[in-house]
Design a protein around this ligand. Structure first.
Ligand code: EPZ
Length: 419
């Protein structure tokens, strides 16, 4: 397994082009199952999670062609049972259930395993499918949904942790071909849900209210092919802004949608940094004084859970006491133990990390665990004295296109060691 060596103490300066959003591209690629006609999706990031999704679609019978960031998909004749081994590797593959149900009225996938950030149930997805008339059967580690006739319904996707992002997308994709009107209450408001809705609308779906808590879908007979460019990755952009905060003189992220970053840039300016927004660019510079914060990760438009670990890395070297809680994934603190190996002073109290800022972290061998925790360890390594060795780098490659190369272009000194 590859590892990344981060030589700490280099200052970052410059501009980095942000890739298309992983969390938008994955459900949009799945949505191409809803039509027999060809679809063209552009600005698809080159990530292992995307590769897994394209492999699943090919195994289902789709013709898939990829040329750099553009993917052509044609789902003329498709199977309805995804291959177990690949689905197990990526939880997001659960989002093929909705389109398969919508188009073929049945689907079988392996139940997504839990992962380090917590139990990853899909009860809300299944409740939505049942409301549309599907029968759900769980056996042998697989979930099978069957609906000879899909009928629009009123569905609530609220949970104790807010709504469900992929669940909202899944139910939307099953409802677009159902008979009659579906109303999703307690829908996720994330930009990735809006991007998926816009693609479905381009395919001929009738959807209103995406981006709000209530989405209304009027079922249509069939959908046609469409072209779509994926929105920029707000979490990749936030990660680079956090890198600029931790160890930058002036870092600009380009090709972004600043409105999608407001909760992140708002928090960074509260933390004492200067944020400048100009068209599709956002720049971060050091301010006069760093400020310790109370941070609550909540559903959009609040501060995103996918940026929580990166902010822990910043607060670890911010003088004062910071308190970070994750209300979406309360156990998403695998990065804490690793940051403590680097000298961070962090105490976990249930779903909250109490961080006492230290002036300097020290390089150490650390273990990547999930996608965002791994990125946070690289960021911590930028500030640390000496070399930080981040192992199991495949976690990072799931969600970041060449993060080491992009950071090196900003002045970091990061080596990727092929194991
Ligand atoms: C999406 O996951 C993202 N992944 C995650 O990003 C992100 O952290 C998450 O949304 C929250 O924003 C993709 O879009 C591919 P949820 P998703 O269903 O949709 C509970 C990353 O780093 N829940 O919105 O799977 C669940 O346990 C990844 O890029 C239920 O209880 O997350 C969690 O506490 C990590 N029942 C909360 O809701 C359900 O049926 C939010 O989960 C579904 C979810």
């Amino acid at each position: 397994m590859d590892k990344i060596l981060v030589h700490g103490g280099r200052r970052l300066r410059g501009s980095v082009k942000i890739s298309g959003s992983k969390n938008s591209a994955l459900p949009i690629l799945a949505a191409t199952l809803l039509t027999k006609e060809p679809c063209t999706i552009s600005r698809v990031p080159d990530l292992s999670d995307i590769h897994y999704m394209l492999t699943i679609l090919s195994e289902l019978g789709c013709e898939v062609e990829r040329a750099s960031g553009t993917v052509q998909i044609r789902a003329e004749k498709i199977l309805t049972h995804a291959p177990y081994d690949i689905v197990r590797k990526m939880r997001a593959s659960v989002c093929i259930l909705g389109p398969l149900l919508g188009r073929e009225h049945e689907a079988t996938v392996s139940l997504p395993g839990g992962c380090v950030i917590g139990d990853r149930p899909i009860d809300l997805h299944l409740r939505g499918f049942e409301a549309l008339g599907a029968a759900v059967k769980v056996s042998g580690g697989n979930v099978k949904v069957l609906a000879p006739h899909l009928k629009g319904a009123r569905i609530s996707l609220r949970s104790n942790f807010g709504s469900t992002v992929l669940g909202t997308g899944n139910v939307m994709m099953a409802a677009v071909l159902a008979e009659g009107v579906t109303v999703i209450d307690g829908a996720a408001e994330e930009p990735e849900v809006v991007d998926l809705a816009n693609f479905l609308i381009a395919m001929g779906a009738k959807i209103e209210g995406a981006g709000t808590r209530s989405i209304t879908i009027e079922g249509v007979k069939e959908l046609h092919g469409a072209e779509h460019e994926v929105i920029p990755d707000r979490i990749e952009a936030g990660t680079f802004l956090a890198a600029g905060a931790i160890s930058g003189d002036e870092v600009t992220v380009s090709r972004v949608i600043p409105a999608h970053l407001e909760s992140v840039t708002g928090l960074l300016s509260k933390a004492g940094f200067e944020i400048l927004s100009n068209g599709s660019q956002v720049t971060i510079r050091p301010g006069s004084k760093r400020v310790a914060l109370k941070i609550d990760a909540v559903p959009y438009p609040g501060f995103p859970t996918d940026m929580q670990a990166q902010m822990c890395a910043l607060m670890a070297t911010t003088e004062g006491i910071s308190v970070v809680s994750d209300h979406v994934f309360p156990h998403r603190f695998m990065h804490v133990a690793e940051m403590k190996r680097m000298g961070a002073d962090i105490e976990l109290q249930g779903g909250t990390a109490v961080i006492k800022g230290v002036s300097q972290l020290g390089g150490a061998p650390v273990m990547a665990s999930d996608l965002r925790a791994s990125a946070a360890l690289v960021l911590a390594g930028l500030q640390a004295d000496g070399i930080t060795e981040v192992n199991r780098v495949y976690h990072i490659d799931r969600g970041y296109e060449s993060i080491d190369e992009k950071l090196n272009e900003l002045g970091a000194e990061i080596e990727r060691v092929k194991a």
